[in-house]
Design a protein around this ligand. Structure first.
Ligand SMILES: C[S@@+](CC[C@H](N)C(=O)[O-])C[C@H]1O[C@@H](n2cnc3c(N)ncnc32)[C@H](O)[C@@H]1O
Length: 387
C-alpha cells in the first residue's frame, strides 16, 4: 500500500469508530477484508488510528471537523506533515483537499490542547498539580512495551541477551529491578522462547515497581482478590515465598492464569467467590480493583473519551464494595493492599479515606503514586494494616 492508501484506510476505520465500534475489532475486520495489506501496512494503519484516538480533540480542531477525513488532516498537521502530500487522489489515496478544507482548522486550546474531555482536566489538576500537563501530554503518545523478567527462571542480563538472539532488543530500566524496555522486535515477543517458557511476562514498569514495594513474611497466605489474568500474583510469586490464592468475580478472566503460573514455575490456587471465605483468613489480600484506567489511557485511548462522571461514580461504588468484602478476609495483624492504574483521587485517596471512616480496626500505612511517564503508566498503591 502507498502511504496515501494507508491514510485512506485509517479514515475508513475512524469513521466506523466514530459510530461507536471498538477500534481493535474494526481494525481486525478491515485487515480481514484487505488481503493486499501486508504486516507493515496493517501496522501503519493501526498507528494512524491510535494516534488519532489519543489526540482526538486536538486533531478535530486542527483538521476543522470531526469526520475521519478531518481527523487525519488534523493528525498530519499536528505531526508537521502537509496533508496535501498524502491527500493526492492518486491511486488509493484520499481525494485532494478542497479549498474549504485547506482553510479550515485552528490551534487547539485549554483541555482540547491537552486532549482530555473538559470535565476531566480539572480532575487531573486536582490529582497531579503541576504534573497534570505532563501526564496529559504523555498520554498523547505511544506507550512503552515493557517486560518483567521472572527471577525464578533467569536473570535480567541473561534474559536481555537471549531476547537479542531472537531479534528482540531491550534495555534495563534504571530503578526497576526486573524491567526490560523493548525497543525493537516487540511483535516477536509472544512467539519467543523466553516468553513461552515463562521467563518473561509483559508488564508495565509501574505495576512491577508497585509489586516490588510490597513486603510479606515468608510463607504468608496471600489472596489476589481481583486477579484477572494474574499479572500481579505472578509478579509477587516470582520474588516472594508464599501460598498464593487468586479470585475474580469473573472466573473466565482467570482462565489463562493456571497455564501462566505453570510457565512461571509458581503454584497459584484459583478460587470461586463461594470458596474464598472458607479458605481465609489470609495474611494479606491484594485488591487490584477495576478502575477508569486513566493512568493507562495511551494503551486504550477510546476509554479516555468514553468515561463519564456517572461511570466514575459507579466505579467508586464498586471499589468501596470490593474493599469492604476483601477486608473481612484479612487475618488480625494482616494487610490489605489497594491499587489502581488510575491517577484520579476519586478512585484512590477518596476510596481509602471513605473506607477508613467506616471502619476503626484499620490503620493506613504507606500510600504511593507512580506518575504517567515515558517509562511507565500511572499507578496507585495503598497499604492498610488490620489492628
Ligand atoms: C484491574 S483488573 C485486574 C488485573 C489483574 N490483577 C492483573 O494484574 O492482570 C480488575 C479485575 O477485577 C475484577 N472484578 C470486578 N468486580 C469485582 C468484584 N466485585 N470482586 C472481585 N473482582 C472483581 C474484574 O473482573 C477484573 O478482572
Amino acid at each position: 500500500m502507498t502511504p496515501g492508501a494507508r491514510v485512506a484506510a485509517a479514515i475508513g476505520v475512524l469513521d466506523a469508530v466514530r459510530e461507536g465500534a471498538p477500534a481493535e475489532r474494526t481494525l481486525t475486520n478491515w485487515a480481514r477484508g484487505a488481503r493486499y495489506a501486508g504486516s507493515t501496512d496493517r501496522a501503519a494503519v493501526r498507528d494512524h488510528v491510535f494516534a488519532v484516538l489519543r489526540r482526538w480533540r486536538s486533531c478535530a480542531a486542527r483538521g476543522g471537523g470531526s469526520g475521519g477525513r478531518a481527523l487525519l488532516i488534523g493528525l498530519l498537521r499536528d505531526q508537521g506533515i502537509e496533508p496535501e502530500m498524502l491527500f493526492t487522489g492518486a491511486g488509493h489515496a484520499p481525494p485532494a483537499l478542497s479549498d474549504a478544507e485547506r482553510a479550515a482548522g485552528r490551534a487547539p486550546d485549554g483541555a482540547e490542547a491537552r486532549d482530555l474531555p473538559d470535565w476531566l482536566w480539572p480532575r487531573f489538576e486536582a490529582a497531579l498539580g503541576d504534573g497534570a500537563a505532563r501526564a496529559a501530554e504523555v498520554l498523547r503518545h505511544r506507550a512503552p512495551v515493557t517486560l518483567r523478567v521472572n527471577a525464578r527462571r533467569t536473570t535480567r542480563a541473561a534474559a536481555r541477551a537471549a531476547l537479542a538472539r531472537e531479534g528482540i532488543a531491550c534495555h534495563p530500566l534504571e530503578n526497576f529491578k526486573m524491567a526490560l524496555q523493548v525497543t525493537e522486535g516487540e511483535r516477536k515477543i509472544s512467539a519467543s522462547e523466553l516468553y513461552r517458557g515463562g521467563a518473561v511476562e509483559l508488564q508495565d514498569a509501574s505495576s512491577q515497581a508497585a509489586m516490588e514495594a510490597l513486603e510479606l513474611p515468608s510463607g504468608a497466605r496471600v489472596l489476589d482478590y481481583c486477579a484477572g489474568g494474574g499479572g500481579k500474583t505472578l509478579a509477587l510469586a516470582a520474588r516472594l515465598d508464599g501460598t498464593w490464592f487468586a479470585h475474580d468475580a469473573s472466573v473466565r478472566r482467570m482462565s489463562d492464569l493456571p497455564a501462566r503460573a505453570v510457565r512461571a514455575g509458581v503454584e497459584v490456587r484459583t478460587c470461586k467467590t463461594s470458596e474464598v471465605q472458607a479458605l481465609g483468613p489470609f495474611d494479606a489480600v491484594l485488591c487490584d480493583v477495576p478502575c477508569s484506567g486513566s493512568g493507562t489511557w495511551r494503551r486504550g485511548p477510546q476509554a479516555k473519551w468514553a468515561l463519564t462522571p456517572d461511570d466514575l461514580a459507579g466505579l467508586r461504588r464498586v471499589q468501596a464494595d470490593i474493599l469492604a468484602r476483601a477486608s473481612v478476609l484479612v487475618a488480625p495483624g494482616g494487610e490489605l493492599f489497594y491499587c489502581t492504574c488510575s491517577i484520579l483521587k476519586e478512585e484512590n485517596e477518596c476510596v481509602i479515606e471513605q473506607f477508613l471512616c467506616r471502619s476503626d480496626e484499620w490503620r493506613v500505612g504507606a500510600s504511593r503514586r507512580w506518575p504517567i511517564s515515558e517509562t511507565g503508566d500511572g499507578f496507585f498503591l495503598a497499604q492498610l494494616k488490620k489492628e
